[in-house]
Design a protein around this ligand. Structure first.
Ligand SMILES: [Zn+2]
Length: 230
């Protein structure tokens, strides 16, 4: 199915179908909002440790909510690859406690941009949806403005999961930039970057480099999920 048809179907199913867990498809009880995870799946989600190593030396401070595995990995794949943008709200809500930690010391909330070609195919940038929903669920972030236009990406590329570690770093070098008209906003600002998953840290590092080049003074990267090598 083309993505708009698939999304239309998902929206209709959302209204008329039974309300099921985003990961295991078990029926949810009446208390749970549609698209949420069931209690069993939520109980199995592993919070991400704070002391994960292996980031690039020039990486920004990175905070992630959960380890990339199990129910949340499944739900994230559905959000990204199966047109399930209804999952952005419950997943964004899970990111909001991290946003609360940094919201009051930052100026702009900036999602990692998606290449325009992929954005056209998918119909949305999952990082933008997650940032918006995390902000909506976080009372202390209401003064923090969502600014997806502060960063752009231009180069076409293969999906990261098809590339090795070295290739990932080369792939994201100079992939991101701050549009000239946004320089004034970025200069001297403190920025919260939002991505769905941090794997090697190459993407958020490339974004942070572009923002620093444009004069940002402090960057914190938040992701809902973090890939941790066993
Ligand atoms: Zn479940």
């Amino acid at each position: 199915m083309t993505h708009w048809l698939e999304r239309g179907w998902n929206a209709l199913w959302e209204c008329l179908g039974p309300r099921t867990c985003a990961a295991c498809a078990e029926d949810l009880d009446d208390q749970a909002a549609s698209g949420q995870l069931c209690r069993d799946c939520l109980a199995l989600c592993e919070p991400c440790p704070r002391d994960v190593t292996g980031l690039p030396p020039d990486a920004p401070r990175c905070l992630s909510g959960f380890v990339y595995e199990g129910a949340l990995a499944t739900a994230m794949q559905r959000l990204k690859w199966q047109g399930r943008d209804d999952l952005a709200r419950p997943l964004g809500q899970l990111l909001s406690p991290l946003l609360a930690e940094v919201a009051q010391t930052c100026d702009w909330l900036v999602p990692v941009p998606l290449h325009p070609q992929r954005l056209r195919l998918r119909g949305y940038n999952q990082a933008t949806l997650l940032a918006r929903e995390a902000r909506r669920a976080c009372p202390s972030a209401q003064a923090l403005r969502l600014q997806p236009g502060l960063l752009t990406t231009t180069r076409a590329m293969a999906p990261a999961h098809q590339l090795g570690r070295q290739a990932r770093f080369q792939r994201v070098e100079s992939q991101f930039s701050v549009p000239r008209r946004m320089n004034e906003k970025v200069a001297g600002s403190r920025i919260v970057l939002v991505d769905d998953v941090i794997t090697t840290g190459a993407t958020v590092t490339a974004c942070a480099t572009a923002l620093k080049t444009a004069g940002a003074v402090e960057i914190t990267a938040l992701s809902l999920l973090r890939v941790i090598k066993a």
